[in-house]
Design a binder for this molecule. Structure first.
Ligand SMILES: [Zn+2]
Length: 448
């Protein structure tokens, strides 16, 4: 990432017209599709084995989803990677908590649990991953008077590619969201952090400690969870700074905020379509649509018309002048953060995402799961298995795995595992996979 990239990101964003944007997108899709047809067997026969000549050809391509991606993993990537090997690599890293290094020294492997419990494996070139944190900086309208940017990046799971940015103008330090809060505050003060990047649930935890924070933030960047308008205002008031949002998914960097604080689709990185539940195109403002994404920059694992689980609502336009479409909001699941008491009586937060990863990396047989906390230090886990009724040793193994993971944080939860059938309601934005219930509810039920 040099100053040239920064300027290109900023100028492209500001001045392209809708027509120029669409022309750029089609040219890129056409080129990526030709590469995919040559290098990835899954794409070879699509469009009768011919290249894309028009948008019409493109819109006739079948919609992809996570099941297709995982079932045809080996034929969908352009570099001959095998699912079994990549999966073993990701699970091994997860089990050993070793998030450094790249697969075959070149690829970043992303693991996501998404809306249905089973995992998705996403591949990105490491060079591309390193650039992404800067897209938000280029678009945010963040004043250069705040240079040098001293960024603290709170990652829910340590990820490769972010650790080694340490240039004179931009320093990027990362902490895990599991780091105890007093340690995080010490680091913020010691390094004079002026930009905080964290999920909203983590910023919420910091609010009660704001007296101890000596650094002045110029900007808080939220990602990874839905940031409500009310919460955004609250953060602004508490920390007296700009609060911006980026919308990053395993499938690509979907949107980032402009200087007006509006969330624009990154039209130079992804081509976004929106559809209703019948598969009809949604293009009006104010109407929810499910995201179907074509990544324009990832040629390692090219995804064309890939249906994500997220729903979004568009907004008319933005006074900043950019013609990149604007998202009014993202409709997402709002899982609860779990709190546990450590053995030395400290309250420790545990993010749903982390528990998800422990579960999905245990076995592919777990189709769906739900976690309910109804009493302090208790955790009920419901699992729905592809094989129907898993063996006793399977359940014991999962129990042992979770106990081991929790004990690394000095937590000994009372854990119960139930095998059951789980149905996700149609409107998944109302569904919580992680749910904290008030203490007077001792019954564990699925409520569906
Ligand atoms: Zn704008």
């Amino acid at each position: 990432m040099g100053i040239f990239d920064y300027v290109r990101l900023k100028i492209g964003f500001r001045f392209y017209s809708r027509r120029q944007i669409q022309a750029y997108q089609f040219k890129t899709i056409q080129r990526n599709f030709a590469l995919a047809q040559a290098k990835a067997p899954y794409y070879e026969a699509l469009n009768d084995g011919k290249g894309l000549l028009s948008w019409g050809d493109f819109f006739r391509l079948p919609i992809m989803d996570k099941n297709i991606l995982m079932n045809h993993f080996d034929e969908i990537n352009t570099v001959g990677l095998k699912r079994t090997e990549v999966e073993a690599f990701a699970c091994d890293k997860e089990t050993r908590k070793d998030y450094t290094g790249y697969y075959k020294d070149r690829y970043v492997v992303g693991l996501s649990s998404g809306t249905s419990g089973n995992k998705g494996l996403y591949l990105t070139d490491k060079a591309l991953t390193k650039k992404l944190p800067f897209v938000f900086l280029a678009r945010s309208g963040l004043s250069l008077k705040y240079l040098p940017f001293k960024i603290m990046f709170c990652l829910r799971v340590f990820s490769q590619g972010f650790a080694d940015i340490n240039s004179p103008l931009i320093k990027l330090n990362y902490v895990s969201t599991m780091t105890p809060i007093d340690h995080v505050i010490r680091e913020i003060n010691r390094q004079k952090i002026n930009i905080l990047m964290a999920p909203p649930s983590f910023v919420r935890l910091l609010i009660s400690h704001r007296e101890e924070i000596k650094s002045t933030f110029s900007c808080i960047v939220c990602y990874a969870e839905v940031l409500t308008k009310e919460e955004k205002e609250k953060f602004k008031t508490f920390f007296h700074c700009q609060v911006i949002e980026i919308y990053q998914a395993s499938e690509g960097q979907i949107a980032s905020a402009c200087k007006e604080g509006n969330l624009h689709i990154n039209e130079d990185l992804v081509f976004v379509e929106m559809m209703d539940e019948k598969g009809q195109v949604v293009d009006q403002s104010g109407v929810p649509g499910q995201l179907v994404v074509t990544n324009l920059v990832n040629t390692i694992q090219p995804l064309f018309r890939y249906r994500m689980n997220d729903w979004v609502v568009l907004k008319d336009s933005c006074p900043c002048g950019s013609h990149y479409r604007v998202l009014d909001h993202i409709i997402g699941r709002q899982d609860d953060v779990m709190m546990f008491m450590t053995n030395d009586h400290r309250l420790q937060h545990v993010f749903p995402d982390l528990i998800s990863r422990w579960i999905i990396t245990y076995s592919n047989d777990i189709r769906e799961f739900k976690v309910i906390q109804s009493e302090a230090n208790g955790m009920g886990l419901m699992i729905d298995c592809l094989s129907g009724m898993p063996s006793e040793s399977f359940v014991e193994g999962l129990y042992d795995r979770l106990v081991k993971e929790f004990s690394a944080f000095d937590i000994q939860p009372q854990l119960k595992i139930f095998v059951t059938q789980i149905t996700i309601p149609q409107d998944n934005s109302k569904y919580k996979r992680f749910e904290v219930r008030k203490a007077d509810h001792h019954e564990l039920d699925l409520g569906s």
